[in-house]
Write a protein that binds this ligand. Structure first.
Ligand SMILES: Nc1ncnc2c1ncn2[C@@H]1O[C@H](COP(=O)(O)OP(=O)(O)OP(=O)(O)O)[C@@H](O)[C@H]1O
Ligand SMILES: [Mg+2]
Length: 252
């Protein structure tokens, strides 16, 4: 069964069709890749899926829920979390607190217990520390739990962003060029971590990545965008052998 079903999706900015008649569906548990040249509409598609922009045409369904018209916070509660092409962290908070802020969406405190710091408050805080540390461990960040996010090296900030998105307990995780600015070794390691996250948390992942080789290496299905439109869609080998992809995207 499809977790996400996108039909005839489009958005115009003035005269520009940034996303145009895009159709695809992602099955539960899939690792799905989204590629395309600069300006192809990849980030705009994420902005549509997360309610940052409202589509001019088409529909977005998450399981049986229509997402059109919903606000970003509602969409996050419905089960979609994302990371951004440019890192957005709470830089002046610790690594642990960055993740705990995201967990707060799910753990319910009684106001009374919080105000008076009752034992039940401390018990929940302890549970949250443990949950946050478990997520940090996946990204090899537990050793830096008390470091300020701003003081983490760049590659680790990118990982922390994924950890934080994951802490909102999504069904679908959208990653916008998570490996941008990383060296080849860090990138390869991150791709393995992304796969592990999918397997361990049994979630579905949609990944934007520039490197064709990386995407085809880890994704089960891929959508190629060009000028906002679908250029190709299919398994890695179908996409790699598509003559239009070879000419338009690889420029050969
Ligand atoms: N808010 C906006 N207003 C006007 N034009 C926009 C807006 N957002 C995106 N665009 C345009 O839409 C097109 C697609 O941009 P988008 O950022 O989605 O590309 P992308 O595939 O993510 O590219 P990159 O690989 O460089 O990140 C571009 O031409 C961009 O200038
Ligand atoms: Mg982009």
């Amino acid at each position: 069964m499809a977790l996400l079903e996108v039909k005839n999706l489009g958005i115009s900015f003035g005269g520009l069709r940034a996303v145009d008649q895009v159709n695809f569906s992602i099955k539960e548990g899939q690792l799905y890749g989204l590629i395309g040249p600069n300006g192809a509409g990849k980030t705009t598609l994420f902005n549509l899926l997360t309610g940052v922009y409202q589509p001019t045409d088409g529909s977005i369904m998450l399981q049986d829920k229509l997402l059109n018209g919903k606000k970003p916070a509602q969409i996050n509660r419905a089960g979609i979390a994302r990371t951004f092409q440019n890192i957005r962290l709470f830089k002046k908070m610790t690594v642990l607190d960055n993740v705990k802020v995201a967990l707060h969406n799910q753990v319910h405190y009684s106001l009374f217990a919080t105000l008076f710091k009752l034992p039940s408050y401390w018990k929940k805080e302890k549970e949250m520390d443990k949950m946050a540390l478990d997520i940090l461990k996946v990204f090899d960040l537990e050793g830096q739990a008390s470091v300020l996010a701003a003081n983490l090296p760049y590659g680790k900030q990118r990982k922390l962003e994924i950890a934080r998105a994951l802490a909102t307990n999504p069904k679908l995780l959208l990653l916008d060029e998570p490996a941008a600015g990383m060296n080849p070794n860090e990138t390869e390691e991150l791709m393995q971590t992304i796969r592990l996250v999918r397997d361990r948390y049994k979630i579905t992942i949609l990944l934007i990545e520039h490197d064709m080789k990386l995407v085809t290496g880890i994704c089960e299905e891929i959508l190629v965008l060009n000028f906002g439109m679908e250029l190709a869609k299919g398994t890695p080998s179908e996409v790699l052998n598509n003559p239009e992809v070879i000419t338009a995207y690889l420029g050969e």
